[in-house]
Write a protein of this length. Sequence first.
Length: 88
Amino acid sequence: MLPSNVIYFLKPVWQVVFQLLDLLSNPHWLEPVGVALSGAGPAIIAFADNNFKLIARVMKETFRESGVRVRVMILNPTSVGVRVLEQK
């Protein structure tokens, strides 16, 4: 069982996650192709054909307004597949 302070922290974060999923699912102004919740991180992935910077800004601001620090990245798809960029 999780300590109560951990549950208290997770509850607001998950509320923001679901708020953001609802917001990004609105096809009328952001036009994402799809939005998914991935992993236990949580990570939110938005797939889009355009409006990349706007979608990234909406994602970041939604978390910021709730006091959650996040990192937002705009990534390009690759046809190469998995490869090691750095080996330690």
